[in-house]
Design a protein around this ligand. Structure first.
Ligand code: TRP
Length: 336
């Protein structure tokens, strides 16, 4: 059975997107749009698995993340943006997929394990949260996606999705679903450090530079970034290893020759952190300024943004309905 190449990815709308999202998956999505059909999902149902008591946060961020997508260059003519909760077929498929997964297997999912620790659930893990990998498999398979551009932390999700796919096709003796392939960013940009240089960039850790940051916040964040803690005097030789400022320059700098010169000078000694940070600030601002401008313009016209989401969701739902017909037929649930 030949499947068409179809891309699906998504984000939990729990906060605005940051540079970590950009290098982790947005850049890949922008590069791929137009090459294959691409679906980008606002995973509000998944966001609710650990924010069920704060639905207004999720609602607010649906709009914010949609603005981020459009501002950063996701083009609704090339990519279909849709809202997970508005496709009930995903929930239906999740229920059928749940039969194909054991509790033990879910307990071994490394991403879920880490998150359970991080979120301090203790013994009180919400069941919905615990099974979200199954719902994520349904997200991916409702569109029969074959390519999933995600950060490396999502690899266990794709692995589990493919186990479910193999079980489904085998048990129901069909070829309804394709296997999906994760597309992770090239090594080095896989996990962008936060401005603290200690952890990966994350909204909750307070070390993030957001796509929507204004110029003053950007300047403040860059100027207080982690560098080489042993580079005390300007004349001291500096270390590039683990130096967040240079990590960002490698990813967002536009002039490799200039950056190489800065690196050499820094290692030799005689180049102060403030100067390098000023340079990084300018480079980052060059990248973020057009995004910021587009975002502000889009925010002026919320009706237009909601219309894009509604159109995308209607398109996705049509495909979801077709997939569910095949699923019901394969499972002999097509009674009349
Ligand atoms: N779990 C993903 C995250 O936390 C978001 C997500 C939900 C997703 N459904 C998806 C990603 C389907 C890829 C495919 O970032």
């Amino acid at each position: 059975m030949q499947f068409k190449q179809i891309i699906l990815t998504g984000d939990r709308p729990t906060g605005p997107l940051h540079l970590g999202h950009y290098v982790g998956s947005l850049a890949n999505r922008i590069a791929l749009q137009g090459k294959y059909p691409q679906y980008i999902m606002l995973a509000d149902v998944q966001a609710l698995t650990d924010n069920y008591d704060r639905p207004e946060v999720v609602r607010h961020n649906i709009f914010e993340v949609a603005l981020d997508y459009l501002a950063v260059g996701i083009d609704p003519k090339l990519s279909t943006i849709f809202i997970q909760s508005q496709i009930p077929e995903i929930a239906e498929l999740t229920v059928f997929f749940l039969n194909l997964v054991t509790i033990g297997r879910l307990q071994r999912n490394p991403t879920v394990k880490t998150e359970i620790k991080q979120k301090n659930f203790g013994e009180s893990i919400p069941a919905g949260f615990f099974v979200y990998p199954v719902s994520q498999a349904a997200d991916i398979m409702i569109m029969k996606s074959t390519i999933v551009p995600v950060g490396a932390d999502q690899l266990p999700m794709i692995e589990q999705t493919n186990e479910i796919v193999r079980s489904f096709n085998r048990i129901y003796n069909c070829t309804v679903f394709p296997e999906a392939q994760a597309l992770v960013p090239k090594a080095g940009s896989a996990r962008l450090s936060g401005t603290d240089g200690q952890h990966k960039m994350s909204k909750t850790l307070g070390n993030a530079i957001f796509l929507s940051d204004d110029i003053d916040s950007l300047r403040k964040k860059v100027m207080s970034m982690y560098t080489d803690p042993l580079h005390l005097k300007v004349t001291d030789p500096g270390n590039l290893e683990g130096n967040t400022v240079f990590e960002y320059l490698d990813l967002f700098g536009t002039n490799p020759a200039e950056i190489n010169e800065l690196k050499a000078h820094y290692q030799r000694g005689g180049l102060g952190d403030v100067k390098v940070k000023q340079y990084l600030f300018e480079q980052l601002n060059q990248f973020l300024e057009p995004i910021r401008t587009r975002r502000l313009a889009l925010a002026q016209d919320p009706a237009h943004v909601w219309q894009i989401l509604k159109t995308g969701t209607d398109q996705a739902r049509e495909i979801a309905a077709n997939t569910m017909q095949e699923v019901r037929a394969a499972m002999h649930l097509d009674y009349y």
